[in-house]
Design a protein around this ligand. Structure first.
Ligand code: SF4
Length: 388
């Protein structure tokens, strides 16, 4: 029976050592190979000149290095770059590069589609197709990092932060997520600090607990509501793991996390979850669980509209007022700056833009026009800000 070649992009160092030992090579050869692939971005074994020719020949039979095909590359006026990868079977996934002062972040996908079905998320509306392999997850970073290095003409690392906030619920693809995280963190791989790798979850409580043991990195939790009734509606997974269970799990996680706080994400939806009394309810919630050890900050995210959502982005004024209530209570609160609107950079938008070619700003206008009582409000111009 012939052996199916393995994509080295998905093998953490220990697995690569095992493969090399099978091929009669010592551990340090695996380390060399790992560096060639991840640090130098080389996919052709023939170019790995410090490896013996006989080893390279064996590798060529048993392994390969390849990302999914890139079908689109879109660059925004603000420097954001979005890549669309064809992962086969009619599925496409996205990775987004976000350059900022002092850090360069890559947002990666963990699944093709998503089964959680959050109301405000275009990916959720497209349904679930399949989990990405570890190689497909790491391949997004491998491609982006080495593409950018070539463009900038240097050998220095370009991407400093990775966030799992693209398509998919990473903790529902745990088996492939953890090896990918280990490759990102490995000093012979990308050498990213645990503080600079963030897994964002809608609240898969059992896997939050496991991640704390297996590979604790920074955690972001999609909260989006101050109570179970509203969260049941916005994040259907809440019916299985309600807020109390989720926050207790967060408190446990903080004992292992690389930071002493976690981030709550809160998508701002006009008239749904952006009222002053809801901000005050969040303050109460944070205070109550703060007594038990919860340390957190909030990231308010202006909703990115998409056809058929029935939801509208909160106005700039309402976002600011909401943020101010949290900040006045001593909760560190940021408002996410909208990036790459001109290239559909929000989660799921480019992959879904086959059906919809209107840009975000146009859709905000259209949806406000369809809701006359709200249309008098100005279109928001969100700036990134930290309020304490
Ligand atoms: S917000 Fe995240 S968890 Fe929710 S549907 Fe979208 S991709 Fe899935």
């Amino acid at each position: 029976m012939s052996i199916v070649p393995v994509n080295l992009l998905g093998l953490e160092l220990d697995a690569l050592v095992a493969l090399c030992e099978e091929l009669g090579e010592k551990r340090f050869r695996a380390v060399q190979l790992f560096r060639w692939v991840h640090q130098r971005g080389v996919s052709d074994f023939g170019q790995m000149t410090d490896l013996a020719k006989s080893f390279r020949a064996k590798l060529a039979e048993r392994a390969y290095v390849a990302t999914a095909a890139i079908t689109h590359q879109h660059e925004s006026r603000d420097g954001t770059i979005k890549w669309l990868f064809d992962v086969g079977g009619g599925d496409a996934i996205e990775a987004v590069f976000i350059p900022e002062e002092g850090r360069n972040t890559l947002c990666v996908s963990s699944q093709a589609g998503c089964a959680v079905g959050c109301r405000f998320c275009f990916t959720g509306h497209q349904g679930f197709s399949r989990n990405l392999s570890s190689a497909e997850i790491v391949g997004q970073l491998w491609y982006a990092e080495h593409f950018l290095r070539k463009r900038l003409g240097g050998a220095e690392r370009v991407i400093s932060n990775v966030v799992f906030m693209g398509m998919g619920e990473p903790l529902q693809n745990y088996r492939n997520l953890v090896p990918a995280l280990r490759i990102l963190l490995d000093d012979h791989g990308y050498g990213l600090s645990r503080r600079r790798v963030t897994v964002s979850t809608s609240g898969v409580v059992p896997m939050i607990d496991r991640l704390a043991q297996d590979c604790p990195v920074a955690l972001a939790v999609s909260l989006h509501a101050p109570d179970d009734t509203l969260r049941d509606y916005l994040v259907p997974l809440n019916r299985k793991h309600p807020i109390d269970e989720l926050l207790r799990s967060c408190i446990q996680y903080l004992q292992y996390a690389p930071r002493d706080f976690l981030t709550f994400e809160y998508c701002m939806l006009d008239g749904v979850n952006d009222l002053p009394q809801q901000a005050r309810a969040l303050v109460e919630l944070v205070r109550a669980y703060g007594m038990q050890g919860l340390r957190c900050k909030f990231n308010l995210i202006p909703f990115n509209p998409f056809p058929g959502s029935g939801l509208i982005r909160s106005t700039d004024e309402n976002i600011r007022a909401f943020a101010q209530i949290l900040a006045d209570a001593g909760i560190v609160t940021t408002v996410r700056k909208t990036r790459g609107d001109d290239i559909e950079a929000a989660c799921g938008q480019l992959a879904g833009s086959v059906q919809d070619h209107t840009h975000v700003a146009e859709r905000v206008k259209q949806q406000r026009a369809m809701a006359p009582e709200r249309s008098a409000r100005a279109l928001p111009t969100i700036e990134h800000e930290a309020l304490t």
